[in-house]
Design a protein around this ligand. Structure first.
Ligand code: SPV
Ligand code: MN
Length: 617
């Protein structure tokens, strides 16, 4: 099946484990043909061409632009069918989805039996994190989807050469994906047999009967789960975080990482105008010589396209509108042009989308109207294509991190920005992140969900151990980064208009930047240190040419004591059944509750104006 040329490429790697995986996968999945892809331009061009020739992607009018459609029912990560293969006697806690290892293996391997018949199997090599770095983790991808193989070129660093350096070593992750049997639209036919099974024992993931990137692109969320476990064992952190540079006065640049659940403003924070972006989704953080250093695991963005328009996301919009290699997924196409919700242009009344031939008013099986583009439709681009790409995106040393941001989606409780009182308090802030559900995951949208460190979908060790590891990471540093909580979604009285404009986050970011560099004072509240009105007013004026009134400040930064107290209660319950929870975490929760209660008693009120608080001593 390999032929001479491909055999040579495999031989050059000289790695028995790679050979074994390729052989076993070929025997099981029985493809017509196997193609080994190296880092050469010729091989990359082959993948691009295959995506088009096989009909998995279609060319659009602009040069290099292609579109891929996942099946109508294959538009997001499938949480229900994504499971850890759990060895006998092990437990993960109630919030982590798992299946007994042997049973799960048998099931998924049966689905993979003959799954590549009539198809081509691509064998690909990548590097998670920059190459030639302490952060590097080599990763092998086997897939029968040219779309998956192509996406990974845009999203990850080439790693064929990295595998050669392994010198027969077996310390790499591997991912085996088959889209399974396809229908006339090249969509996976057996969605009921969609499975993503993670085998922590062997550093591998089996994924089948699906094409959506979050289920299939091995290096993205599949590798991430392995990386978290590895990080826990080795004493570093693998986080669902962006990495960005915030530009302070003069030429000062301060790096932040940030974790936000899906669709809570993570990419738009990483893309705040006049700052730089290193990565928007997954970061590895290490303590190197007493400094936290972070890398972007990826080199591209698989971003939500909804609401990308010239006003709200000018830099991404520009990339999506100029010729270059990039992939749209699950958008509407009419006459070779892509359209999506919130693009700031009129959308045609017909075309092709994730439902096939689409016209305005078309409904699904339940009679619900099908939107022109899916709410979770995406674009896949290289970070280096962005004007605001940070010069250090591929630095093997990573960037030094001075601040960590946790952002939720909360209409009635958390302030727009607050600085944690200590590392432990910040870890608690992160562990207590909540957000309303969105279209990026299957299931009902609009429900308040608890999502520790925005990482609950990916954590691969008991939650308590994961949180403990964060506490220890802080202990290992003489001066850990400052942690912040942000919330862009406060509404008037909890259900009225949003209290902030989309770009206000720029002010919060630059306040954090100034704060970690000692430029600003802050007011101490029970839930964290908050900005002074005057500093924000100046930043609003300077950065956004907006006048920021005392009333706005007072409404946005009011301490909603009862809401915060209710949150403490929710969190106690949320963590009650978890394993290995550190006592230190609950001490933080208790402390927050006591401070809130004391403040409430003092002011005889459950809503306290920020003007009542005193500066941090
Ligand atoms: C997310 O949902 O967190 C994403 C997209 O980044 S996915 O690839 O689906 O994970
Ligand atoms: Mn993500």
């Amino acid at each position: 099946m390999l032929g001479d040329k491909n055999q040579k490429k495999l031989d050059a790697i000289n790695n028995p484990k790679v050979e074994k995986i390729v052989r076993e996968t070929a025997e099981r999945c029985n493809p017509d043909k196997i193609t080994v892809i190296t880092d050469s331009e010729e091989d990359l061009a082959y993948v691009r061409k295959a995506s088009i020739e096989k009909g998995e992607e279609q060319q659009l009018k602009k040069k290099g632009h292609t579109v891929h459609w996942d099946g109508f029912h294959d538009q997001a990560r499938d949480k229900e069918n994504t499971k850890y293969l759990l060895p006998e006697g092990e437990e993960m806690g109630e919030r982590i989805n798992s299946i007994e290892r042997q049973q799960g293996l048998e099931e998924v391997l049966e689905y993979l039996e003959g799954a590549m018949e009539g198809k081509e199997m691509f064998v690909r090599f990548f590097s998670l994190g920059p190459t030639d770095s302490v952060f590097t983790i080599p990763a092998l991808q086997i897939t029968d989807s040219a779309y998956v193989a192509h996406s990974e070129d845009l999203l990850y660093r080439a790693g064929y050469e990295e595998f050669k350096k392994l010198d027969s070593g077996d310390d790499f992750f591997h991912f085996i994906h088959s889209a399974g049997e396809l229908d006339e639209n090249n969509n996976s036919k057996h969605i009921d047999k969609r499975r993503v099974y993670i085998d922590l024992e062997e550093g591998r993931v089996f994924s089948t009967n699906t094409q959506y990137g979050g289920n299939t692109i091995g290096l993205k969320k599949l590798a991430f789960r392995h990386a978290i476990k590895k990080a826990m064992q080795e004493g570093w952190l693998a986080e669902h975080m962006f990495v960005m540079g915030a530009n302070g006065p003069g030429d000062r640049r301060t790096y932040f990482t940030g974790a936000f659940p899906s669709a809570c403003g993570k990419t738009s924070t990483a893309m705040i105008p006049d700052q730089t972006v290193v990565g928007d989704d997954i970061a590895y953080l290490r303590n190197i010589d007493d400094t936290v250093r972070a890398v972007n695991v990826e080199s591209g963005i698989f971003g939500i396209i909804r609401d990308v328009n010239p006003d709200d996301d000018p830099l991404i919009y520009k990339v999506l509108n100029t010729p270059r290699e990039m992939i749209f997924s699950n958008i509407l196409v009419n006459d070779g042009r892509p359209y999506w919700l919130g693009m700031g242009e009129e959308i045609p009344e017909e075309g092709r989308n994730h439902s096939g031939q689409w016209h305005k008013g078309k409904t699904d099986e339940q009679g619900n109207e099908i939107t022109p583009s899916h709410k979770n439709a995406r674009y896949t681009i290289r970070i280096s294509d962005l004007e605001n790409a940070d010069p250090k995106i591929h630095d093997p040393e990573g960037v030094p991190v001075d601040g960590i941001v946790y952002g939720g989606r909360d209409s009635d409780t958390s302030m727009p920005v607050a600085e944690a009182l200590s590392w432990d308090h910040g870890v608690m802030t992160g562990a207590c992140l909540e957000s309303e559900t969105t279209a990026a995951t299957l299931g009902e949208a609009g429900v308040r969900n608890h999502n520790p460190m925005a990482n609950i979908d990916f954590v691969s060790v008991p939650l308590g151990r994961y949180i403990q590891r964060h506490l220890e990471f802080g202990d290992s540093l003489s001066e850990p980064p400052t942690i912040y909580g942000v919330n862009y979604f406060l509404r008037a009285n909890g259900d009225g208009d949003y209290l902030n404009d989309i770009l206000d986050k720029k002010v919060w970011l630059l306040w954090m930047e100034g704060r970690v560099n000692g430029d600003f004072e802050a007011l101490q509240t029970p839930v964290g240190n908050i900005p002074l009105y005057q500093d924000l007013a100046e930043l609003f004026e300077q950065q956004l040419e907006k006048s920021y009134s005392r009333d706005e400040y007072e409404e946005q930064f009011a301490l909603r004591v009862d809401k915060y107290l209710a949150k403490v209660e929710r969190m106690r319950e949320a963590f009650a059944g978890e394993q290995e929870m550190p006592e230190r975490f609950f001490e933080q929760l208790d402390g927050q509750e006591q401070r809130l209660q004391a403040e409430k008693d003092k002011h005889h009120s459950s809503i306290i104006s920020p003007f009542q608080f005193k500066p941090v001593p």
